[in-house]
Design a protein around this ligand. Sequence first.
Ligand code: PSU
Ligand code: MN
Length: 304
Amino acid sequence: MSPVTLSTPVAEALAANRPVVALESTIITHGMPWPQNLEVARRVEATVTEAGATPATVAVIEGRLCVGLDDDQLQALAQAKHVAKLSRADMAVCIAEGRTGATTVAATMIAAARAGIDIFATGGIGGVHRGAEASFDISADLQELSQTPVTVVAAGAKAILDLPKTLEVLETLGVPVIAYGQDQLPAFWSREAGLRAPLRMDAPAPIARAHRARQQLGLPGGQLVANPIPETAEIPRAELAPVIAAATRDAEKHGIQGKALTPYLLQRIYELTEGRSLDANIALVLNNARLAAGIARALCDLRS
Ligand code: PSU
Ligand code: MN
C-alpha cells in the first residue's frame, strides 16, 4: 500500500489535469506562532484557490503521508505541540512509527513529486547557515532541489543564512535560481540581498516552459523561483541586519544548533522586531502562493 494519501479535491484535480500547488507544513508548526499559523495556513490555501489552483498542504499524520489536508487536520496540526520537523532523512521513520510530523521544503518536494504535483509554494528555503565552514550546517533543501523535479516558489533564502554560500552550493548542485521580475536575488523579508541572481524571468509561462524543458532533457532536479516580497511589506536589509546579528549571537550563546536553529532564529527575530517579521512573512507567503498558482496553470496549459 502506498504511504501517500491524496485528499479528494487533490486527487480529482490531478486526474482532470487541473493545476495543483503543494504547500509545506513546517512553516505552520515551527515557523509561525499560534494562532496566526492557522490563520495563515488557511489564507494561503484560499489564495491558491482564488488564483485558480487546488492547494495541497503536505504533512505526515499518524503515519500517513497526506497530500491535501482538510480544515480539521490543519487545525490539529497548527495546535499540536512537539510535532516532528521532517526532512528527507526522517520522513520514512515517522511513517513507520505511525507518528505525526510537519514537512520541510525537502520533504514536501518528495511528497509532491510522488503525488504528481510539479509546483510548490513556501516562504523561504533552507540554505547554508552562517558559520557553516565550522558547523557544516547546510539544509537538506538544497540537495533536494538538485534531485527532485519540483519548481519551488520562495521569497529567496532567509537572510539569517549565508546567502553568497547558498548561491554557490545551488550552482554546484545545478539548481536554477530564478529571480522573479528583477535582477537582484530577494532575501526573504527584504526585496534585495545585495547579490545578483543567476537567472531572471518575468512571467509564469516561461517558468513553466523551463520546468518542462528540464523534464524533456531528463534533468532530475527542480527550479528555485525567488519571488521578492511585496514592496509595502518589506523590512529593508539595513534595518534587519542588526536584528539578525543579535538573534544569531543569542543562538550561539544558548548553544542552539541543528534542526532547532531555524525555528529559534525565526522566533527571536519575531520578538526583536515586535511582530513585524511575522507580518512580512505572511505577506510574502501569500505572494508566493499566487505566483505558484499562475505557474501551475501555465504548466497545465502546456499539457492540454
Ligand atoms: N520558511 C519559513 N519558516 C520556516 C521554514 C521556511 O518562513 O519554518 C522551514 C522550511 O520548512 C524549511 C526549513 O524547509 O525551515 C529549513 O530548515 P533547516 O534549515 O533545518 O533545513
Ligand atoms: Mn540544518
